[in-house]
Design a binder for this molecule. Sequence first.
Ligand SMILES: Cc1ncc(C[n+]2csc(CCOP(=O)(O)OP(=O)(O)O)c2C)c(N)n1
Ligand SMILES: [Mg+2]
Length: 671
Amino acid sequence: MLDLPVIERKPRNVPPLSEADQKRLLRQMMLIRNFENQAMELFRQGLIKGSAHSSVGQEAISAGACSALDLRDFVMTHHRGHGHCIAKGASLPRMMAELMGRVDGYSGGLGGSMHIADLKLNILGANGIVGAGIGLSLGAALAAQQCGDGGIGIVFFGDGAANEGVFHETVNLAAVKRLPLILFCENNLYGVSTQMRAVTAGGSIANRAAGYGIPGEKIDGNDLIQVYEIVAEAAARARAGEGPTLIEAMTYRWGDHSMRAKLPNYRASEEEEAWRARDPVAFLGRQLGMDESAMKQMADEVAAEVDAAVVYGKASVEPASEVLAPAVVAPIRRVEPQPAPGARLLSYTDAVAEAISQEMQRDPSVFIIGQDIARIGGVFGSTRGLLEKFGPERVIDSPISEQAIAGAAIGAAMMGRRAIAEVQFFDFVTLMMDMIVNQAAKYRFMLGGKPSLPVVIRGPQGSGVRLAAQHSQSLEAWFAHVPGLVVLAPSTPYDAKGLLIAAIRDDNPVLVIEHKKLYLGPATPVPEAPYELQIGRAEIKRTGTDVTLVASLSMVAEALRAADQLASEGLSAEVIDLRTLRPLDMDTILASVRKTNRCVIVHEAWRTGGLGGEIAAEISEKAFDSLDAPVMRLGAVDVPTPYNDRLERAVVPDAKAIADAARTVAFGTRN
Ligand SMILES: Cc1ncc(C[n+]2csc(CCOP(=O)(O)OP(=O)(O)O)c2C)c(N)n1
Ligand SMILES: [Mg+2]
């Protein structure tokens, strides 16, 4: 009934566990069990809130697998991750304090059970999103490979996670790149109430390895020695450059899905009893010939250790709300005044390529990954020449796997690399949303506001090249909405280079939103030496006194054209290029509106829910008394981008529409 696999062969290159090691690991399993049980008790008492997921029944996996790792090796864990953290050496008091939401917890109370990490121990973090850690582990393993110090990593995930798309994208790319990664599936037969066998085609996760040409092992997850040996073998392969291994360990969680869950019965009591009879702790105790009193003595010792952690947690205070704001993004660096443009002319795409090239030259930890970026230098040419200069380890042509691309970049940034991911068309960012919004944007915060995550995600959005509804959108407002992200929008080759260099040097996840139509624009002056433009500062492109025009990306040129027209009519327009969409430079906008008393905001994104609404609201809250007319917003008509040339132009604002709007706010009429 338990369907426990038996490994017939002897794993290779595996130093055996001594009796002392086995006793230490038995003790560690007891520690994990006691920690989980005490956490459950604290949850009942209301000292741990929300939820937490007990790994009781699965302890042999944490202890056995982590015992095959070194300190330099990373562990990426998941929502049921306490055991992995303990086995990798995490502090019990700090874990317990975090579960209680206290300042001395690992994340100072900002993360809780599902976001425990200890970067000094290379515990890169638990995760509340099923499967996400798998994608992030790809980047961490890529970083380990790039470092070349023999470090490897394990990503733990459940049977449920193996049915997420990110699993397949990750295994494929990890296999292609022969990454030093062990993909460890803890198959406890259920994802919440859903039986794994009812929703998993083929019935085996380990067998999926064959499809990707890597070893797949199905093992008994309740047998610590077997777990250790198979992981140690996979680790030796990974360290030798032989690539990833997929391990499926059969196991069972004794408790319910979570400490909170009060679900209707979904498991047969005979099944539960059969698995309890196969207790991994008792099993190893028997193998070691430990009698009842020796087991009890060990259990009492670990109980005292966990008791001390509980005392520590209870004594720690709750965090004050002052911790919140600084935890969201790393401080934005102040940079030198911007350089004069000079006389050298460069196109927008060449400016992007030059920025990346100069940063890769300066900092060996910078790399870039994306579709078609290496061999052909990108479908738009914005990475041309990089492969030749920096080689395929740092300029990586990826499969068409957007989650894996984002996961690779973000996971590598967790390991301290400065990573750049290219989104070939920004519309495809929809396939990266979990990685950007749930992972990158929240990483620093969930881990208590200390870690940095230097990752850049860049690519072109926008219409104007007749690519219709799925290749022409302007989606910046989605990202400008999310705390934890920085969003940049260069409108000229000069800005493209200066903002991208600033993005690469910044310690936050930065989205650099470029524009296809600007890619096709003329070459304009760009300094040859590297330079940064100040993140968070808008640029006044033209000064004026009668009306403020706020624009970004392709609309900046339209606003400037409108300003020319208006000037010929005697109306003086001030044109502001936002340059940074998050954080918005409201100081510059408000100062301008207080001077001109009128404002038109224009973007290519749809008007409804666009950034213009946010800016208009800020103006009305902070400069209402200065306004002589309502703030006007111009954006695309609320329809998907049409293919037909004339219709495509008709749905996006242009210089004429901007000038009309300016006249309306100035005179109350359109002419
Ligand atoms: C993307 C996503 N979908 C759904 C959930 C809700 N959820 C949390 S844990 C869980 C079950 C996961 O099952 P499995 O991967 O087998 O891990 P286990 O809980 O069995 O350890 C689900 C569905 C989630 N957190 N994230
Ligand atoms: Mg499961």
